[in-house]
Design a protein around this ligand. Structure first.
Ligand code: ZN
Length: 186
């Protein structure tokens, strides 16, 4: 992997310096095992967490995304950021989806980690989520529509799940073939 990027914090262990994170600002794309791993709980919300969240918000602005989860940039931590149109930038740390509606909606999704592939996905229309913000304060949010949709999509990334996993098998295989063809052409 390319290691250009910002080094976030250096911690001294046994008088030796260890780099904690290098944020490459590069999106990891489908095919990498990283996207299939489960992210770990953030034990302490500190200045490093704030830095990571800030970088993630920068990336979605740069790439015109609406959300980004830690694993997509190689940070295997339970954090994602969301910024949908006409809404504020939101940071979710150690989130839990505590309620999902029986009513569902079919909305087209895409993913910065699966460039060029879009498909309608059926998910709960409304959700209730509990998480912590970058100041370490817990909050609960009840929402529906696009915001709920993006939150469910990003939450999945923390579990190693991609939106294509929710599609009927035939449709998923079609899109995987399309993606593979596109990747070969690169
Ligand atoms: Zn995604």
């Amino acid at each position: 992997m390319n290691v250009r990027g910002t080094i976030l914090g250096i911690r001294l262990i046994d008088d030796k310096a260890y780099f904690l994170y290098i944020i490459t600002m590069q999106i990891i794309t489908m095919g990498s095992e990283i996207l299939r791993q489960k992210a770990e709980k953030i034990e302490k919300i500190d200045s490093e967490t704030v830095e990571i969240a800030g970088k993630m918000l920068e990336i979605i602005k740069r790439d015109k995304g609406v959300g980004l989860a830690g694993p997509q940039i190689g940070v295997m931590k339970r954090i994602f950021v969301v910024h949908v149109q006409n809404d504020e930038e939101r940071i979710f740390i150690n989130p839990s989806i505590i309620e999902t509606s029986h009513d569902t909606a079919k909305i087209e999704e895409g993913c910065l980690s699966i460039p060029g592939i879009y498909a309608p996905v059926i998910r709960s229309e409304a959700i209730k989520i509990q998480a912590w913000n970058e100041k370490g304060r817990p909050f609960t949010l009840e929402t529906s529509g696009i915001l709920a949709r993006v939150i469910l999509h990003e939450y999945d990334h923390l579990e190693g799940v991609l939106f294509l996993d929710h599609l009927p098998e035939k449709k998923r295989e079609q899109l995987l073939a399309k993606y593979a063809k596109k990747e070969r052409r690169k």
